[in-house]
Every structure is written in C-alpha cells, then in structure tokens.
Write a protein that binds this ligand. Structure first.
Ligand code: HEM
Length: 491
C-alpha cells in the first residue's frame, strides 16, 4: 500500500482535536444509518463490520477471497447474510431466478461503475441503465450469434497479441491512449509504443477494479490515488485494447472477426458505435473473453490431473470418438467441435469443473427496483442491493449432497439433473447473463478434448490444493504438473 506519504501529510496538518472530530464524523456516518435502519435490514445476520461498513467487502476483495469469505459467512449465518450496510446475499436456487430472471426489474449496482473507462462510457457489461443496456446488448448479441458458430481462435482483433509465438507475457501498447484512439482509421498514423506484461495487466486491473467497486463511489477516487501503481494496470489494459483496435482498423485483413462485426453493428436509429463505445466493448471482450475461459480451462485441467481415474475415463471416451491418440493429432489438428459436441461425459466434466471452480464466484449485485421485491418470501425495499453468491450456490449440500466439494462428473448422469441445473449458473441467468456463453462452451469443449486426447497430466504433489486468487474472476494460482504425450497402444 502506498499510504505512508498520505498519512505523514495528514499527521502534519491535523492537530489532535481535528483528528478526533474526523474520527467522530466517520463513526456517526456508519452508526446512524445502522441504527435508523431505513431499508429494514437489521434482522439479517452477518459479520458485524459488514453491517456497519462496506470495508468488510473491500477487505476480502482486496485479499482475493471474496467468494470464499462470503461462503464461510453463509455456512455460519444461513441462507440470508448481510454482507454490507446495503446488501443482502441470498444463497438459494430460487433466489437466482427471482433476482436475475427476466422482468424482475433489478439493475446492476454501483459496483459496475468502477469497470468503466473511456470517458465514463460503459460497455454492455457495465451499463446499469436498462434502456442503454438493451441497446448495446441488441447490437452485440446479433453479432455474437453470427460469429460464435463461425470462428474460434484469435478472433477478437484479427491478429493475436503475439504471446504464444514469443512464449512470453509481453505485448506492445501505444504510449498515448488518446493519440491511439484519435488514429482510429488513419492509415499512416505515427504512434510510439512501449512493451508491457499483458496477463499481468489483466490480473492486477481486474482485482483492483472489484476492490474499488465494492467501496462507496465517493471514496473511490481517493483510494485510486493510494493504489496508483495498481491503477496504472487499468490504463495499460485500456491502451492495449485501443492499440489493437487502431491496428485492426487500418489493416488490410478482410476476415470476419468480432471487431469487424462490431463495426457493422447499428442500433434502431441506424447509429454505429462511437470510438469510445467501440473501445469500451473491445475492452470488455478482451477481459471477459480471455480471463474467464483461460481460468476455467486451468481449473478443469487441475481437477483432471488430481483425479487420474476420471482423466482415464475421459480419454477412453475421447478415443472412441476421435480415434486412438497419435492419429490426427500428430498433424497438429484440433478436435472439431462438431465431432465432440455430443460427448456427454465431456460435457459432464466441463460442467463439474465450472461448478466446483465457479470461475465467476461472487454474488452479482443487483439493485431492488422502485416497486420493491420479494425473494424467498422476504420483502426488500427499493434501493437495497441483493445478490445470489454463485460459489455458494454451486456447493449447497441441499442440492449437491455432502460431497459437494468433490470433483465428480458422474453426479450429472447419476443424480437429479433438473434440480442440479436450477442451482448451476456459471454464466449467470436472465437479461444480463453471459453474452459469450456459446463461444465459451465451444472453446472449453475444443480445448479440453484436444488437450486430454493428446496428453496426460499428473500433479507433482498429488494432494496439492489449488490456490485461487478470487476477484471478480477466480484465477487458479500455480501448481506443478507433469505432462506426457499419450501414445498409441494396440489393445
Ligand atoms: C468460461 C467462460 C465464461 C464465464 C464463466 C463467463 C461468465 C459470465 C457471467 C457470470 C456474466 C454475468 C456478469 C454480471 O452479471 O456481472 C458474464 C457476462 C458477460 N460475458 Fe461472460 N463468461 C465467460 C466467457 C465469456 C466470453 C468468451 C465472452 C466474449 C468473448 C464473454 C462476454 C460476456 C459479456 C459481454 C457479458 C456482459 C453481458 C451483459 O451484461 O449483458 N464471456 N459472463
């Protein structure tokens, strides 16, 4: 933390009385709303600090354990937990539809304002206003549906960032975001570049954004100054996107990719996306499209490495469809989605991985509309924030049994699938559910099938737990694995 210089300045400028007055104001600002309880939330149990201040959520977000700490709170306090002065987390399958379903009238909370850049223009993901979101979603979803079935690969900007080829986490970004944005569509624009670590920038930026987002909006600019180094990552990420868009707009590549689809997109007034909107959507696609699938693939690979019997069963099923290992894959071929999309066991392995890991594990915060709303028979006042914690939902013993913490793909074929599906929402549900869901499913099918048809994985330490850094997206931390090419064997 870069608090030191600020604390020194504060200490120099304030005498003891002023410090006491500031302290008193802060205490009263938290106590008065708690005691007057305008939204009627006092009945809900939860950690004491969470009832008084958003600092509890900010603290667990800062330490990368937001989903697991909320989960522990649910284990302690039950289905309803007050996780901030204004927010109640509700861990129940029915809450999922009641909060996020169509026609509930809920809107995204002020947390999402922390995700906007480019002059405050939100992307489809961060848009809170219903009309604005509907406009953006309409433009985007047509494009997604056209594309999801055509392209899978380096699809976002027509050229990869060059990390696989360089075997390094590095990419070039324009030194001036503004100049790069002004150069959109300009053929011979002269831009200066600097090299950054792209994955690092995504990781740092996404964790600091959630930390800021759970704080009250007025304190965010102050905290952003304390964490200037981390905030730099959000600027780098934005520049990375603007640089990629600028390059793509003047490239002669005529292929269809997400950007070309976005450029064609028009709303009902036949208006195209502005430069800021184009940049905002591209940033969302970069983060939503890379971090989520990469972390899901990493977690599923870990679970399969940890469970050799399940891995062997998957490989047997893959061999039946794709032929023995060492066949087509010798030529570097990737399993085709059409060949593998109906392999039920592969689907069960992926679902089980998405359930247990919960790539997006937080309860996605939603504001109760003017009319108020009822969830599981409890009434919530307008303006209250409600959420259903996905990590907890995915391990409710009432749905998943006492072995909820165990990676067991067979539960999907042997258990009550309909009940499980009602409590399974890795992509969320309703009008704000994941736009990239079809694409993500295709990617996961192809990655997992191709990798495990070709290779076997073991953990170096068989009982090693998977460490996770838990921001908005849960990122698996490093584990050592052994990888071996599978060989063709006559049986
Ligand atoms: C395994 C991979 C993925 C998972 C688990 C996932 C999960 C989610 C979840 C839970 C949401 C709701 C977020 C909220 O309400 O705040 C969401 C929204 C979204 N996702 Fe994904 N996602 C994945 C992959 C992708 C991909 C590949 C793309 C695009 C290339 C994408 C694009 C989006 C967009 C644009 C939204 C915002 C939709 C809206 O608000 O209308 N996602 N995703």
């Amino acid at each position: 933390m870069e608090l030191q210089p600020y604390l020194h300045t504060i200490a120099r400028n304030f005498d003891a009385t002023s410090v006491f007055v500031v302290f008193l104001v802060i205490v009263l600002a938290h106590l008065v709303p708690y005691l007057s309880d305008p939204a009627g939330l006092r009945a809900y149990p939860g950690p004491t600090l969470a009832k008084l201040s958003r600092a509890w959520l900010a603290w667990i977000a800062y330490h990368g354990r937001i989903s697991t700490s909320v989960h522990e709170a649910h284990q302690k306090y039950g289905t309803f937990v007050r996780i901030s002065p204004v927010e109640v987390s509700i861990a129940h399958p029915e809450a999922l539809q009641q909060i996020y379903g169509h026609n509930t009238g809920t809107t995204k909370s002020d947390m999402y304002d922390a995700f906007t850049q480019f002059g405050g223009i939100p992307s489809v993901f961060a848009a809170r206003d219903r009309v604005e979101h509907a406009r953006k979603r309409k433009i985007m979803s047509h494009r997604f549906n056209y594309l999801a079935f055509d392209v899978i690969g380096d699809l976002a900007f027509g050229s990869p960032f060059g990390m696989l080829v360089a075997a390094r986490d590095s990419t070039q970004i324009a030194t001036s975001q503004k100049a790069a944005m002004e150069s959109y569509g300009v053929e011979d624009a002269k831009l200066e570049y600097v090299t950054i670590s792209a994955v690092d920038a995504v990781n740092v930026a996404s964790s600091i954004v959630v930390f800021l987002g759970v704080l009250p909006p007025w304190i965010r600019p102050i905290m952003a100054r304390f964490f200037a180094t981390k905030m730099r990552a959000t600027g780098e990420l934005a520049s990375m996107v603007v640089t990629a868009v600028a390059k793509r707009l003047v490239s002669s590549v005529s292929r269809q990719d997400l950007l070309s689809k976005l450029l064609e997109g028009r709303d009902e007034q036949d208006t195209a996306l502005s430069k800021n909107e184009l940049s905002a959507e591209s940033l969302t696609l970069l983060v939503a499209g890379s971090d989520t699938t990469a972390n899901s693939t990493g977690a599923i690979t870990y679970f399969l490495a940890q469970n050799p019997n399940i891995q062997a069963k998957l490989q047997e099923v893959l061999d039946q469809v794709l032929g023995p290992p060492g066949g087509d894959s010798e030529n570097g071929d990737v399993a085709s989605y059409n060949e593998i999309k109906n392999i039920e066991y592969l689907q069960d392995v992926i679902n089980e991985g998405l359930r247990l890991h919960s790539t997006v594990g937080v309860g996605l915060p939603r504001v109760v509309p003017e009319s108020g709303m009822t969830v599981l028979g409890k009434t919530f006042a307008p303006g209250t924030v409600v959420s259903c914690p996905l990590y907890t939902l995915h391990r409710l013993p009432s749905v998943w049994g006492n072995d909820a913490e165990v990676f067991n793909p067979d539960r999907w074929s042997k258990g009550d699938r309909a009940t499980m599906l009602k409590a399974f929402a890795p992509f969320s549900v309703g009008p704000r559910a994941c736009l990239g869901r079809n694409l993500a499913s295709m990617e996961l099918f192809v990655y997992i099938a191709t990798i495990f048809h070709r290779y076997s994985f073991v953990l170096r330490t068989p009982d090693q737990e998977l460490g996770v850094d838990d921001g908005f997206v849960r990122k698996p931390l490093g584990v050592y694995v052994g990888v071996k090419r599978r060989e063709f064997r006559m049986t």
